[in-house]
Design a protein around this ligand. Structure first.
Ligand SMILES: NC(=O)c1ccc[n+]([C@@H]2O[C@H](COP(=O)([O-])OP(=O)(O)OC[C@H]3O[C@@H](n4cnc5c(N)ncnc54)[C@H](O)[C@@H]3O)[C@@H](O)[C@H]2O)c1
Length: 281
């Protein structure tokens, strides 16, 4: 989508900074809003990680990156943008209020996407004057490497918004997956949660250790590779989701949960000891 030259990003934490990297390394100029006084440094570090990762993926020269400007107000990030992506903390009231502020200053045709991992789009668009241009574009960490982005509209989202958003994400090298119905947690995180829950029970019941569960990914991948020739494209895409994204997401979720201590501490400590956090690009 050549008309999208400048992307306005709301929030520059883990996900917002990585969106900045994906957009800038795909030639878009970025204006990113974050109130953290350390935002420039943190975003700069993510940009450096992304550049290093890209240079290890290909021997071809990287394209000229777009600029990245950090600002302190939502309005400043939104008013000149051709596409807006919100990655603020996962708090519904805050997102509704700040999305409404962005909506007031953005041109009406500009799409406003949200990175929310599970909040319902119909609620997030409820304070907007132009709710038809709002859509969830749920990415995966690290956004500059993971291609999957789940697209989910709310009750007032137009079909054109979903199509245009998908085209934009595709232009950044991503693979949009349309979520047909609005649902808490969308698709991949719900699958990941089921896998995570099952892994915890298997450890709890002494069926397998955490390391053994993580190791199941290797034979699964080989099996997927061997059978791939006889699979349809859709089936292969599903296999790819299960083999490449879910195991990685599982280890990331295990790590995150063990850091937050939100799960049983016995499980978490076992997992923390035995699982290396693989998200080390
Ligand atoms: N972390 C993940 O793996 C992941 C994956 C997919 C989607 N998401 C979603 O992305 C969103 C962001 O998650 P995150 O992990 O990047 O969170 P984060 O806490 O790392 O980032 C949020 C950022 O918003 C900034 N912020 C807070 N209030 C602000 C305000 N009023 N104005 C401007 N900036 C403000 C904070 O300073 C922080 O840098 C959430 O909706 C989350 O569900 C997260």
């Amino acid at each position: 989508m050549s008309e999208i030259k400048t992307v306005g990003l709301l929030g520059g934490g883990v996900i917002g900074a990585a969106w900045a990297a994906r957009c800038a390394l795909n030639g878009r100029d970025v204006v990113i809003c974050d109130l953290d006084p350390e935002a420039e440094r943190k975003i700069g570090e993510v940009m450096a990680n992304a550049r290093r990762a890209y240079s290890r993926l290909t021997l071809a020269p990287l394209r000229e990156p777009g600029s990245v400007r950090v600002v302190r107000s939502i309005e400043e990030a939104a008013e000149g943008a051709d596409f807006i992506q919100e990655s603020l903390p996962e708090e519904e009231a805050m997102k509704i209020a700040l999305l409404a502020r962005a909506d007031r200053v953005a041109r009406p045709e500009v799409i406003i996407g949200s990175s929310t991992s599970g909040l319902l789009p119909s609620r997030l668009q409820s304070g907007m004057s132009h709710p038809e241009r709002f859509v969830v574009g749920h990415p995966f960490n690290p956004v500059y490497l993971m291609p999957l982005v789940e697209i989910c509209g709310g009750a007032q989202t137009s079909a054109a918004t979903k199509e245009r958003a998908a085209a934009f994400y595709r232009s950044l090298g991503m693979q949009p997956l349309h979520v047909r119905k609005e649902i808490d947690g969308f698709i991949a995180d719900r699958l990941m949660e089921a896998l995570w829950r099952e892994a915890l029970w298997l450890i709890h019941d002494d069926v397998a250790t955490a390391a053994e569960i993580v190791n199941t990914r290797r034979p699964l991948r080989q099996c997927g590779g061997r059978s791939a020739q006889s699979q349809t494209k859709t089936r292969r895409q599903k296999l790819s989701l299960v083999h490449h994204i879910l195991p990685k997401r599982l280890t990331a979720a295990v790590h995150a949960a063990s850091q937050r201590q939100t799960r049983s501490s016995r499980f978490c400590w076992t997992l923390t000891r035995e699982i290396k956090y693989e998200n080390d690009f």
